[in-house]
Design a protein around this ligand. Sequence first.
Ligand SMILES: Nc1ncnc2c1ncn2[C@@H]1O[C@H](COP(=O)(O)OP(=O)(O)O)[C@@H](O)[C@H]1O
Ligand SMILES: [Mg+2]
Length: 305
Amino acid sequence: MKKSQRKVAIVTDDPGWHGRQLTRSLKDHGLESQYVSLSDCIIEINGTGKEIFIPGFNTPPLGIFVRGVPGGTLEQVIFRLNILHALYNSGITVYNTPKAIERTVDKALTSLLLSRAGIPTPTTWICETPEHAKIILDKETANGKQIVLKPLFGSQGVGIHLLDNKSGLILDEKFAGVYYLQRFIERLNNEYTDIRVLVVDGVAKAAMLRRGKEWLTNCAQGASCESLILDKNIASLAESACKILNIDYAGVDLIQDKTGCFYIIEVNSIPAWYGLQSVVDYEIASCLIDSFVKHIARINQLSFF
Ligand SMILES: Nc1ncnc2c1ncn2[C@@H]1O[C@H](COP(=O)(O)OP(=O)(O)O)[C@@H](O)[C@H]1O
Ligand SMILES: [Mg+2]
């Protein structure tokens, strides 16, 4: 790659506030950037080695910051991830890596990997048939308890349901034929709070308490953000989760049960930080771009950063 190529791609279909924050931080590092939609990229297999065409880039980008991979058909999602894999395999810094994005966008795989590593995560069942899902639901909700049903690839609390033995199972296309059922964690005093921790390069950098009016505590669902001093236990749980998932940076969601135990419920490889930014006194975009740029420099052995 030419040393003079200083333009990076921000992969997103919806730049908004986060895109602007990244653009500004990149500029502070003397780097030009351009938004790129993966659906506008082309793979050309012609034996010359120049396979991926990214609009606006005549030479490969210096690095790729993945800010969004839009949903679509299975074929579209695989095509988009293949573009990221191909770019990564050709030696370009892709942040987060496509492997890490795959491990975390799929809630089942995340839960499996966390649990296997001994990291506390709620008991979870994943199955395809409504018959199996109903058996799990009936058993789990028999004594008046509730169970959470989530879309496998969901985010921001969209499409998540709390089920009990009266509501029964929800048969909806948005679950795409897979049921991800999870034991409902009852919180102390029935307070609707959870914790978001930002981990960058293995280190927990910031945390916030999210407080909802209802049980869903995503900022996108109207929860408020409160600053939270990171304690060692929370930091170390979030850091362990990122280590197991081998992810460069992430927004880790933790929930505390009635007895005080913490569980990791999710690791976000493309986290929003609008809410977290409102409770910390340094620029999160700049912290992410510092790390991104270090990764680029390491891969390219460049010294100009
Ligand atoms: N097992 C659970 N028990 C209680 N509340 C949960 C559980 N799982 C998720 N929640 C609530 O739902 C929110 C969204 O869940 P999460 O798994 O993070 O999905 P999303 O990707 O949509 O953010 C959490 O922030 C939390 O408030
Ligand atoms: Mg979440």
